[in-house]
Ligand binder design. Structure first.
Ligand code: FE2
Length: 295
């Protein structure tokens, strides 16, 4: 695939860190116009109380409004398992088109079965405005963004490259954090290795990488920005010289030790619906399911 790389374009990137889920959302602005994209927004949930709220999303809405920005796109790098997306809430207030990787249909199929969803749960990605294929391009003001399909953590993972900046979702963590797990339904460690190496060998070394999560390993401060060069030199899981087989062995062994993310059950029911809650039942109330002994 010949990707339209142009590192002379330098978008203005503003991070929003959510300490509840260690998620970083981004506003990515065209330096030559008010146009921007929002990457991986967060809807707040008090899971124990079954209550959702929008403090995190409102910070972004307020930022966009007070800076007079125009939202061209709301991007989901993948169907997240650790937080709920606020994309529909933000879209309702600010507009923009909502996009995710085309393989969301695979994720919808998988979790449609796990949650025994009825026929009203569409598995064709139609909850989104656009399903991106590998190599697809789209515009944010005068900037051209493009998509690299980077499966492994999930089948629908994508990296969005906008000028000199790439938004990797959970395909990569900071060099001292390594990589995300690859053991969710549809995940695969070998596929993840190949995606990461494709990314690191395709993008120029000075490309800025913006990550979706950081957990501050060994007590260091939270960080979310690195470069392709740094990852190739120092990433503890996938730096240059680490073989595919040794990565797969490490990743699979490590994944066996991890418990499920606290919010996986609500996250996947909401995020496979593009951030919408399930339809209310006949009582008019909205419910989420908990599958027993399934995940
Ligand atoms: Fe994820």
């Amino acid at each position: 695939m010949n990707y339209p790389i142009d590192i002379s374009i330098k978008p203005e990137v503003t991070p929003f860190f959510d300490p509840e889920t260690n998620t970083i959302s981004y506003v990515v602005k065209d330096p030559s116009s008010p146009a921007c994209a929002i990457v991986d927004s967060v809807m707040d949930i008090d899971y124990a109380a079954g209550r959702i709220s929008y403090k995190s999303a409102d910070r972004i809405v307020e930022y966009i409004r007070s800076n007079g920005l125009q939202v061209d796109w709301l991007i989901e790098t993948h169907a997240h398992a650790d937080h709920l997306s606020a994309a529909p809430y933000i879209q309702q207030q600010l507009g923009g088109k909502l996009g995710i990787g085309e393989h969301i249909v695979t994720v919808q199929e998988t979790f449609g079965k796990i949650f025994n969803e009825g026929t009203d749960f569409k598995r064709d990605g139609s909850q989104f405005d656009r399903l991106f294929k590998d190599g697809d391009t789209y515009s944010i003001g005068k900037m051209t963004a493009f998509v690299i399909h980077t499966p492994g953590h999930t089948p629908a993972c994508t990296t969005h490259v906008i000028g000199d900046s790439a938004f990797t979702g959970d395909t990569l963590f900071m060099p001292d954090g390594g990589t995300a797990r690859a053991d969710f339904p549809g995940g695969d460690a070998r596929t993840l290795y190949r995606s990461v190496r494709k990314l690191l060998e395709t993008l120029p070394p000075e490309t800025r990488l913006f990550l979706c999560h950081d957990y501050g390993p060994d007590g260091r401060e939270i960080r979310w920005e690195t470069t392709v060069r740094e990852e190739r030199m120092h990433n503890i899981h996938v730096r240059d010289g680490v073989s595919e087989d040794s990565f797969v062995k490490m990743r699979e062994a490590r994944d066996k030790t991890l418990s499920m993310p606290r919010l996986i059950v609500p996250s996947l029911q909401v995020n496979t619906r593009a951030g919408h809650l399930p339809e209310p039942d006949e009582s008019g109330k909205t419910f989420l399911k908990v599958p027993i002994n399934t995940l």
